[in-house]
Ligand binder design. Structure first.
Ligand code: GAL
Length: 355
């Protein structure tokens, strides 16, 4: 009996000894909350990896857009959910962007957000993501479907509508073109500032492959002709959304056509800023002998509209669009079902615009 007690005692002591030696790693929850009665297991942090490919970093509007996209993802983080966003520059090069998407796939990204370099090649990028089982949100450059008559139609691009985890977030560029035209239509002289009975215009185009450029070019003029205004195109040239190119095109047009020009329409504000410089250098004055229109409503252009050095622009809501892209991206990460198309409205910015 004595032996048994002694054996049991030594067992207890040994156990105590081992227990004392065992490494005691306090869990974060225990460290934070020393009362074992209310301690909970440490919360797990889930990090989602998101690959973003922007058609080109060197673009005024898309720079605002991508910065907002990143900071909105940050603002959505919680103690338990983190977003690791990797944003890359497509350098306006389709091969470069395809490489980026392939790398995102190899790296096992949970979500891809893509601003395609070429909308006509969007299917290639979509297929890569779909085959890898990674959800994709396309932004800003809308791939267009074609109907039986060969006309382009939005909201029916097969690569988007055929895939439950692919969507497009953007703005309907027809609306921005219409708004540009309406701003001119609503001027006292309906845009005919030189009074020769017709609106003679210069059109500075963003990029002929891009629906934003196509629709803005078409619908700005349509708003005038729909109002019964006679129009005449003097110059139509491609400025690739770029300020220096916009300036060059406007300068050449002003040299060639001088006072014949009533309006310079630019598919974006970047090019309108260049055209504004050319107008000033030519000794012309916006609102007095020429009109100037852009799209995007960059801060500096909103100021110019206020002080009269620009006739009008159209707010391309990079905040609304980037937030929508993030919100729907998070829904995809959470496995929720989504729509294929999300539209954010443009806003007319003329002299009456109040922020
Ligand atoms: C347009 C924008 C342009 C340019 C372009 C790029 O929506 O107005 O400034 O950023 O997108 O695709």
């Amino acid at each position: 009996m004595k032996k048994k007690i002694a054996f049991a005692l030594s067992l207890v002591m040994l156990t105590g000894l081992f227990a004392g030696c065992a490494p005691k790693e306090p869990t974060p929850t225990q460290a934070a909350n020393p009362d074992p009665a209310v301690s909970e297991p440490a919360a797990e942090v889930k990090t989602y990896n998101i690959g973003v490919s922007i058609y080109q970093f060197n673009d005024n509007f898309m720079t605002l857009y991508r910065n907002e996209l990143e900071s909105y993802f940050k603002s959505k983080e919680t103690d338990t959910v983190k977003y690791n966003v990797v944003t890359q520059d497509g350098k306006n090069d389709m091969a470069e962007q395809t490489n980026q998407i392939n790398n995102f796939i190899t790296q096992g990204m949970d979500l891809i957000i893509c601003n395609p370099v070429q909308t006509s090649s969007a299917d290639t990028l979509i297929d890569l993501a779909v085959d890898a089982g990674i959800p994709m949100v396309l932004i800003n450059r809308e791939p267009l479907g074609v109907d039986a008559d060969g006309n382009t139609v939005d909201e029916s691009y097969p690569g988007i509508v055929d895939n439950a985890e692919v969507c497009y977030v953007g703005a309907d560029a027809r609306q921005s073109g219409t708004y540009q035209g309406e701003i001119v239509r609503d001027l006292a002289d309906k845009g005919d500032i030189n009074g020769d009975g017709k609106v003679s215009y210069v059109m500075i185009i963003g990029d002929p492959e891009n629906p934003d450029a196509q629709y803005r070019t078409e619908f700005s003029i349509k708003a005038l002709t729909d109002a019964g205004i006679e129009v005449e195109e003097l110059v139509s040239n491609i400025g690739n959304w770029d300020t220096a190119q916009g300036q060059q095109i406007a300068q050449n047009a002003l040299n060639q056509f001088g006072d014949k020009i009533d309006v310079i329409f630019c598919n974006n504000d970047g090019m309108a800023l260049g055209a504004a410089t050319a107008i000033e250098q030519a000794g012309r004055k916006v609102g007095e002998d020429i009109y100037l229109l852009g799209v995007d409503a960059l801060e500096e252009c909103q100021k110019m509209v206020k002080d009269g050095t620009m006739t009008g622009t159209v707010l391309n809501d990079h905040i609304g669009q980037s937030h929508k892209a993030v919100d729907v991206g998070i829904e995809l990460l959470e496995g929720k079902s989504i729509e294929n198309y999300y539209w954010v409205d443009y806003v007319k910015v003329d002299a009456n615009y109040v922020k």
